[in-house]
Design a protein around this ligand. Sequence first.
Ligand SMILES: [Ca+2]
Length: 307
Amino acid sequence: MSKQLVLMDHDGGVDDYLATMLLLTIAHVELLGVVVTPADCYVQPAVSATRKILDLMGFSHIPVAESTVRGINPFPYLYRRDSFVVDHLPILNQSETINTPLVAESGQDFMVKVLREASEPVTLMVTGPLTTVAVALEKAPDIAAKMQKIVWMGGALHVPGNVEKNWEPGNDGSAEWNVYWDAVSAAQVWNTQIEIIMCPLDLTNNVPVTSDIVKKMGRQRHYPISDLAGQCYALAVPQDYYFWDVLATAYLGVPEFYQLREWETEIITTGPSQGRTKVVPGGRKIYAMDQVDKEAFYAYILQQWAR
Ligand SMILES: [Ca+2]
């Protein structure tokens, strides 16, 4: 059986590195490259940390590309600065050199190139805003035919968003951050025919990063991956943290743990609901991950990272 071709597009949050670490453990996936979108991070440490993780996991042949797209509403700096922390973790700095290549072209151009050159349609695994995808599609509409589907962490359908009203005045609290960063680009992707499977807050709200699971990563005594995962999550434990990007990415490994549900939706791009993914009859059809076997998911990530 040939492997499932995947291109990852992440945006440099703690969760994004963990999602990348999970994706690399999925045996039936062939990862064609990693694009870093400059959203929930400062992009230089985010690109650097990504390349070091690929080195550490023995995938230093996989190219990394820095997207140069821009959003509308920047992520809070308190979230973004985690990229510096991860890039400085001792376990990622045992060598002075990085072997994983950083390609010369921008992330959006790299996305076009990888899709055009792929032998068959590619799954896009997107754990940040959809801006790089939208810009790549605008530059090269032909690549839509090479996207098998987009699996995306984003949106909030029937639950509140996670853009805090206090920090972002003028919004009504309905937006999820990956949409809110650039709702216009999300709406552009919504205007295509590409299959979208999203992992909304409706589902991730049910799958918290608990103290117990983080400690289990340590008790596995597997070095370096389980140890690195536990260190990353230890950073996040004091906050309300969920398996956002990791829950979305695990879908590629174990889709049988999930139930999907189809909704008709639209992306609100202006006004107080800017960044909302709204369910509306007659709207754009998408699939949302609706249910997950939570205990099986927890056991799966522990097993995958036990190396
Ligand atoms: Ca992310």
